[in-house]
Unconditional design. Structure first.
Length: 121
């Protein structure tokens, strides 16, 4: 999964998605391990099984992603029913269906800029 594919998923999703959360988690370093018919996740900083964050549903977890990837940039966001916008640092506003999706979209959009290409991994 590429950053551009995740951006497209964030942009077009109409609601939170655990599939999208899993794609984001894998992209930023979580490891997916299949054990028989069960899937476990390992965080980038540990070896114990963990749950992946609810990036597409939780404003707090989306903001944590923004802070981890762009610690010196402020994130601004606003929303109304079925429409949210977010801005990271001096980048342009982006829009998505909910605030968490918009914040994640702002992170991935900022990270694809040439000067920020290493911020996601």
């Amino acid at each position: 999964m590429t950053a551009q594919e995740i951006i497209e998923g964030l942009r077009t999703s109409q609601e939170p998605s655990r599939e999208l959360d899993a794609q984001i988690a894998e992209f930023v370093g979580f490891k997916k391990v299949e054990q028989g018919n069960k899937v476990i996740w390992l965080a980038p900083w540990g070896t114990e099984p963990t749950k992946i964050p609810y990036y597409s549903r939780s404003i707090d977890q989306a903001l944590q992603l923004a802070q981890e990837r762009f610690p010196s940039d402020m994130c601004a966001f606003s929303w109304e029913p079925n429409n949210a916008s977010a801005k990271l640092g001096k980048n342009e506003f982006v829009t998505a269906a909910n605030p968490a999706l918009a914040i994640c979209l702002a992170v991935f959009t900022a990270a694809t800029l040439p000067q920020n290409v290493t911020n996601l991994r």
